[in-house]
Design a protein around this ligand. Structure first.
Ligand code: G
Ligand code: G
Ligand code: MN
Ligand code: NA
Length: 253
């Protein structure tokens, strides 16, 4: 209850901030985008991990305000980089299922793009399979988001139960292989088989495939060998502040 009270005030008290995790092309090491990940620094509690406050925000409805703040801050950051002459190709932002309940998700995204001036093609929204399968009008919302020009990625792919028939109908551009399949990719035959199957599926449906949670050179080499050239994970960078991103990644932009 105390956490909930704190959470409600977190935005007005400016305790939330964003970290950004690079997404890279494996063979060249080039930055292809970043994923925004929200962080909460409370004066008493310190850094509260997202696994503690995201579910709470979802249960209490606060996720709508928080999600709106995250999206506008992420878009503002992109414009700041752009204004500084730095070309970050793409910004990925996570959306919760709860954000689709209201039906106003499309106008929220459109409003933020208009207010910040970010080109829609620079934004990629990440949703999980459960968002797609459990939201009544998911297909309609996703079509509307597509029609305003934003990209769509399926996050944690392979952990939910997505109907492939459904996937076929949707204007999705990217599949993100869940990091649970990447972890033991070169030692666990099942994980290896699943990762390869997702890569093949993406290929045959003309989708980009990004591997999540890449922590070692071996994992990256395995992925490249099997036709997946996009990755995100600690091997490249943990989620970082804009200043760190600038220092380590921007010189090549
Ligand atoms: O860094 P990591 O601990 O950031 O994130 C933990 C979980 O919190 C992940 O599943 C991630 O998708 C989720 N998460 C992080 N930032 C956001 C956000 O802005 N919105 C939503 N809905 N989930 C987020
Ligand atoms: O659910 P989603 O994929 O949006 O969340 C990303 C989560 O994965 C964040 O908590 C982020 O900090 C974490 N993460 C990113 N890269 C790695 C990695 O290489 N290894 C592990 N264990 N976690 C990672
Ligand atoms: Mn994600
Ligand atoms: Na994920």
């Amino acid at each position: 209850l105390r956490l909930e009270t704190f959470l409600r005030r977190s935005l007005e008290k400016e305790e939330m901030f964003l970290n950004f995790q690079p997404q890279v092309e494996i063979d060249t090491g080039r930055l292809i985008g970043v994923e925004a990940l929200v962080r909460w620094n409370h004066p008493e509690l310190g850094l509260v991990p997202p696994i503690r406050f995201i579910p709470l925000a979802e249960d209490t409805g606060f996720i709508n305000q928080l999600g709106q703040w995250v999206l506008s801050e992420a878009c503002r950051q992109m414009v700041r980089w752009q204004d500084a002459g730095l070309h970050v190709p793409k910004m990925a932002v996570n959306l919760s299922a709860k954000q689709f309940d209201r039906g106003s998700i499309v106008s929220m995204v459109a409003d933020i793009l208009r207010e910040t001036g970010l080109e829609p093609q620079r934004l990629q929204l990440e949703v999980t399979e459960s968002v797609i399968m459990n939201t009544g009008d998911a297909l309609a919302f996703i079509n509307d988001l597509h029609s305003i020009g934003v990209g769509l990625a399926i996050d944690d792919f392979g952990t939910g139960y997505s109907s492939l028939a459904y996937l076929k109908q949707m204007p999705v551009q990217t599949l993100k292989i869940d990091r649970s399949f990447i972890k033991d990719i070169s030692t666990d035959a099942n994980d290896e088989a699943i990762a390869i199957a997702i890569i093949q599926l993406g290929k045959s449906m003309n989708l980009s495939v990004i591997a999540e949670g890449v922590e070692t050179e071996e994992q990256a080499a395995f992925l490249l060998r099997h036709g997946c050239n996009l990755a995100q994970g600690y091997f490249y960078s943990k989620p970082v502040m804009p200043a760190d991103l600038l220092e380590h990644w921007m010189p090549m932009l």
